[in-house]
Write a protein that binds this ligand. Structure first.
Ligand code: PEP
Ligand code: MG
Length: 585
């Protein structure tokens, strides 16, 4: 039995079997297969060769027409390599002799071949090395593509283990088969982690060393509450996990009982608990969990779960569904927050060097006005059917708000000309996720109708810590004094200016952090549906006076470690049940 630790990003304990999923990585890890799987691996290889042949054929034709003889010759030589029975034969030999996956066998065979040419140190062979590398990547891409398809054939109780997963891969999981996942990379508030929570899939990320130790089909236990991952568990470990699963069920039943009770603190203050969603149908989940509406609809998942940019009608259908399910309750639609980890950089001709500081979110929308207008038009059309608010992501300057208003007015004029109905007084709000905005909250309050603090990004940008990088995960601390001071200042500015304010970052779902947010003056919290019942139960167990005292104490401390300890100690005393199963560190 081997136990490794990672970051617990989505709660719950699951016992299942490993399915390994490779990313589009250039270095292919050595993966073993059972003797009975050899024929299947050979078939996968044949299919990859056929697909590669097809692709190279098309490239060859295109090159002949558009790029001239020399370029066409390159692809013709690739075709020759692919047709050579020796190459496929060598790779199959490796699969059989070493009992490894087709990906690894193809990578190892082609790398060895490229190295032979490299060793010849003759300039005329360097292009040969390039050709072989190119072929290796192409075959790998097709093999991984098939592996992605393999996910769709997962059997029951599958736990996906991968180096990393994209948010859209995770969103595509069949929940009836895939019961959990573990990745070597990733941080606490990565979008993959957020999707896991939305789908209620127990998940641990940032494990760093799991892939080196694991084989397909191995037994595994994943504890998404504590972050521990147990490989080849002993019968005792399995029995312990089963007991913990039962205890958790009982806790969830007790928490579920508060779902329909009002969310009021012990001293009678109303706190609105609303939900974060990624897909329209999740509105139902939010309401069932006791949420009062939707505080954040991350519309970019419309894009990320599709193979094309959504049309206006596709946007409209999604928003109409949300409005219908929300039945008059709060519904905040955030415009596309694409970019960074929410738009595969592979789609870019030249990937950005610092995507989190690059062309993402509102910047991306303003650079793609046709796409932005399509979305705004659909939101406005849906606003005729029920209450909707528009929220802009990752605003960093007032100019972005003004430009958006300009575009929004344009869209409104077009709709009026077309005699299409919409809510002309629709509220326009913004996320507070960048320190520049938090520092100038008074100024921004003059520009928008409401604020929502996004602690996921605010923490990342205040502390200069990449939220999805497991290597700096220990530095990613929403309880850092600098983050807390910014939240206090924004909340004060909002109060002065009468600007409604909420918090929709993941931290709001943690009882200890929620306590701090209430103490700092927040009265609306938006969290994933799975976190709503426990958050409501917590709110019903505290007084605002307690929260304000704790917030004052937290603001007097100078380190995230001291603040985290203070918050945990206090919250643990108030609702000990919320912490059962969570380690005390
Ligand atoms: C945030 O940054 O806190 C937030 C809610 O937005 P997202 O997680 O989608 O970046
Ligand atoms: Mg954000």
């Amino acid at each position: 039995m081997v136990v490794v630790k990672g970051l617990p990003v989505s709660g719950g304990i699951v016992i299942g079997k490993v399915m390994l999923v490779d990313g589009d990585d250039v270095r292919v890890p050595r993966r073993g297969v059972e003797a009975g799987q050899v024929a299947q691996e050979e078939q996968r290889l044949d299919k990859a060769f056929a697909d590669a042949m097809d692709e190279v054929g098309k490239l060859h034709e295109k090159a002949q027409k558009e790029m001239g003889k020399e370029a066409a010759e390159i692809f013709r030589s690739h075709q020759t390599m692919l047709k050579d029975p020796w190459l496929a034969g060598q790779i199959k030999k490796t699969i059989r002799a070493e009992l490894v996956t087709a990906e690894y066998a193809s990578y190892a065979t082609l790398t060895a071949l490229a190295n032979q040419f490299r060793a010849m140190k003759n300039a005329s062979f360097s292009s040969k090395v390039n050709d072989i590398d190119d072929l290796s990547h192409r075959l790998h891409r097709f093999l991984v593509g098939q592996q992605k398809a393999r996910i769709t054939q997962a059997g029951p109780n599958t736990i996906v283990v991968a180096k990393d997963l994209t948010p859209s891969q995770t969103a595509g999981f069949d929940r009836s088969k895939i019961i959990g996942f573990v990745t070597d990379l990733g941080g606490m508030t990565s979008h993959t982690a957020i999707i896991a929570k939305a789908l209620e899939i127990p998940a641990v990320v940032g494990v760093q060393t799991l892939l080196q130790r694991v084989t397909d089909g191995a037994a595994i236990i994943v504890d998404g509450d504590t972050g521990s991952v147990t490989l080849h568990p002993t019968p005792e470990a399995i029995a312990d996990a089963k007991r913990a699963i039962e205890q958790r069920k009982l806790y969830r039943i007790s928490v579920g009982e508060v779902a329909n009770l009002p969310s009021i603190t012990l001293d009678g203050t109303k706190v609105s608990v609303v939900g974060n969603i990624e897909l329209p149908d999740e509105v139902e989940k939010v309401l069932k969990a006791g949420g009062e509406g939707v505080g954040l609809y991350r519309t970019e998942y419309l894009y990320l779960t599709s193979d094309h940019e959504p049309t206006e009608e596709e946007h409209f259908a999604a928003y109409k569904r949300c409005v219908k399910l929300s039945a008059g309750r709060e519904l905040v639609i955030r415009t596309f927050d694409l970019g960074a980890d929410k738009l595969t950089q592979a789609m870019e001709e030249t990937p950005e060097r610092n995507p989190f500081l690059g062309n993402r979110s509102i910047r991306y929308c303003l650079k793609n006005p046709a796409m932005f207008k399509r979305q705004l038009r659909a939101i406005l059309r849906a606003s005729a059917l029920g209450p909707i608010k528009i929220m802009l992501p990752l605003v960093s300057s007032v100019g972005e708000i003004r430009q958006t208003k300009f575009i929004l007015n344009d869209v409104m004029e077009e709709l009026s000309e077309d005699r299409v109905k919409f809510d002309a007084s629709i509220k326009l709000g913004m996320m507070v996720e960048v320190p520049s905005v938090a520092l100038l909250a008074d100024t921004f309050a003059r520009e928008v109708d409401f604020f929502s603090i996004g602690t996921n990004d605010l923490t990342q940008y205040t502390l200069a810590v990449d939220r999805i990088n497991e290597r700096v995960a220990h530095l990613y601390q929403p309880a850092h004094p600098a983050v807390i001071k910014l939240i206090r200042d924004v909340t004060r500015a909002a109060r002065r200016r009468n600007t409604p304010i909420s918090c929709c970052g993941e931290a709001a779902a943690e009882p200890e952090y929620a306590m701090l947010l209430l103490g700092l003056g927040l009265r609306t919290l938006s969290v994933s549906s799975s976190s709503i019942p426990s958050l409501k139960r917590f709110i019903r167990s505290v007084t605002i006076e307690q929260c304000e005292r704790i917030a004052r104490q937290a603001l007097s401390l100078d380190s995230d470690a001291a603040i985290t300890t203070l918050l945990r100690d206090r919250a643990r005393k108030i609702v000990p049940e919320a912490f059962s199963g969570r380690s005390a560190e």
